[in-house]
Design a protein around this ligand. Sequence first.
Ligand code: KG4
Ligand code: ZN
Length: 340
Amino acid sequence: MNILAIESSCDETAAAVVADGRKILSNVVYTQVALHAEYGGVVPEIASRKHVEKISSVAMRALADAEMELRDVDAVAVTYAPGLIGALLTGISFAKGLAYGCGLPLIPVHHLRGHIAAGYISETPIEPPFLALVVSGGHSHIVRVDDYTSYTVLGHTRDDAAGEAYDKVARVLGAGYPGGPAIEKLAAGGDSKAYHFPVANFDDSPYDYSFSGVKTHVVNLVHKLRQSGDTIPAADIAASFNATVVKTLLDKFFAAAQQTSLKKFIIAGGVAANRLLRNEFERRAAAAGGKAYIPPMSLCGDNAAMIAAQGYYECMAGHVAGLDLNGYPTMNIADNYSRK
Ligand code: KG4
Ligand code: ZN
């Protein structure tokens, strides 16, 4: 079964073809990062307009790379939530047109389910049940994946997502956008023990995150140093921040893991490209007597191959949308699509 998938939830215009939810036949990503960099973050209106401009050629390229024509496609999958609404609607409208025009089923895919599905198309594929740490620009979730379309959220961020914190800290340090890679680069020459940043814990839900405290702490520190005319030890701040975020993510994730009997662990989402996180994840998974599944860098950021992979399982579960499919800026990962 060949699924053509479309992803346009944020600032990547992407299309891919995946066979049987497992084999990537093509994976085309047009990134708008350079367009948004001068604003230090994604500008939703610019993102939507660029998606409109690029989506046809990106989809055609995905077909060409897969050496296919539209008649070889069995279903069209599309990200329908969560994300920037204008950006989502561009992809959804395009996917609807394709599905209607070619008489194909239209499969709605939750973006975070897609990130997790990167693990199904990696070299060593993971199979449910397993525990996932989903860390992106908008989300930081600890999710028990009971089956391909069945999820239980054990913890999530109460404010800023991990990626968002990287982006904001990078901005105050003038390190560039997107913040994650910029902070990592800056951190390479720094002392990760130079600063001690606060970490939030919640008695009522021990697996919930909060990154706004550490972010605000860094912002205030930089402002204070700037006001007093001191040089800013950017590398030390970046290294300490990076170490704090990674440790916090993993402390809570492996505490949650202990509460389940699961021994298969995966990291997913844009922040999963972080080297310290990848290395520590592997080390701590082994220490917990389990196995770490770490998708290749190319499948961590937004892409459509992961949407096609998840689309396959949604299709198998009968989650097929009508032409009234809408986009949603927020949606619980555990909620399955149902026709109203
Ligand atoms: O999953 P993603 O590509 O888009 C969303 O769904 O949000 O994640 C983007 C986020 C950005 O906040 C970016 O700064 C972060 O992932 N990111 C990283 C790294 N690469 C990207 N964060 C930390 N370290 C990285 N190497
Ligand atoms: Zn994403």
